[in-house]
Design a protein around this ligand. Structure first.
Ligand code: BDR
Ligand code: CA
Length: 307
């Protein structure tokens, strides 16, 4: 039995690899891809998601959603993902997007599913929050929510905050408070499995499929940032999906996670109580370590299952 899930994304270079990992993994039953603006605007992330799904030749519906956060202004991250979101790697146009808004699709899919659905959020959490806010009852049929969001230490978008979290902090607060099990893949876990030039070369040499080649070409455009020592690039979003496929590659810790929603310099920070310094019961499972070799083996094997 494969795990039914909805993947909410903003492709996005690392989103592209996460999408391929999800669609290449028989353990997962991807019911829909929902898309938000994030790394780049929705006008780019939606065609990117469609193109990526098209390359996999899988009949998975793609829904466009939020083009801005619940509050405040939209900001993109073109320094990492390029102007088009996929590092300038051109892909054939994918299938058309569905007509429904992503939040409506999430509500309908979760409401009508025969078994509880897993939500995977690797973008600003706006679509997920809109679905939960407009129909809180769907929480009862959500198995868990796996998020690439936040950090227990410093951020990547601001000194305090991670990009997805700070892009829509109120939305993330809604999701964290929904009462369903939350799994959090933070900046720190991805930093333990940096994709180096050697990893990419090995992956590229492992096959000839269109998805594998696209994954390697896209990832090859990602700059190695100073924050991570210049040795490689973090695969933030694939790590979150990998947790669902191979939880044995990870160790975890239960923690209470809350959001800094203030207007100051810490806005968007995920405050993760790893050491029980607050009286609150844990509301999240935080991924704390990853078997990097196992992770890259998994990516390579799963990309090679795709066309
Ligand atoms: C997260 O933000 C985006 O830039 C990436 O796609 C990832 O989801 C990392 O901070
Ligand atoms: Ca993303």
């Amino acid at each position: 039995m494969s795990l039914p899930l909805v993947l909410d994304c903003d492709p996005g270079t690392d989103d592209a690899l996460a999408l391929f990992l999800a669609l290449g993994s028989p353990e997962l039953d991807v019911l829909a891809i929902t898309v938000a603006g994030g790394n780049v605007g929705l006008d780019r992330t939606l065609p990117n998601a469609r193109a990526l799904v098209g390359l996999t030749k899988r009949a998975v519906p793609v829904f466009g959603g939020a083009d801005r956060p619940l509050l405040g202004a939209f900001t993109s991250e073109t320094r990492v993902h390029g102007i088009d979101g996929l590092g300038g790697i051109a892909l054939p146009e994918g299938p058309a997007a569905e007509a429904d808004h992503a939040a409506d699709a999430i509500r309908r899919i979760v409401r009508s599913a025969r078994e509880p659905v897993t939500l995977v959020g690797i973008a600003p959490a706006t679509n997920l929050a809109l679905a939960l806010m407009t129909e809180p009852g769907i929480a009862g049929n959500i198995k868990q929510i796996v998020l690439m969001s936040g950090a227990w230490a410093e951020g990547n978008a601001t000194p305090a905050a991670e990009f997805n979290a700070v892009s829509d902090p109120e939305a993330l607060a809604v999701v964290l408070a929904c009462g369903r099990p939350i799994v959090l893949a933070t900046l720190e876990i991805a930093a333990q499995a940096l994709c180096t030039k050697a990893h990419l070369a090995a992956m590229a040499a492992s096959g000839t499929g269109a998805c594998l080649r696209a994954a390697c070409a896209i990832q090859g455009t990602v700059p190695f940032g100073r924050r991570l020592g210049g040795a490689g690039a973090a695969l933030y979003d694939p790590v979150a999906v990998a947790w669902l496929v191979r939880p044995d590659l990870f160790s975890t810790q239960e923690a209470y996670v809350t959001m800094d929603l203030g207007p100051g310099p810490c806005r968007g920070r995920t405050v993760i109580d790893r050491w029980g310094r607050t009286p609150h019961a844990p509301n999240a499972t935080v991924l704390t370590s990853i078997d990097a070799a196992g992770f890259f083996g998994l990516l390579t094997e799963r990309f090679n299952r795709l066309p």
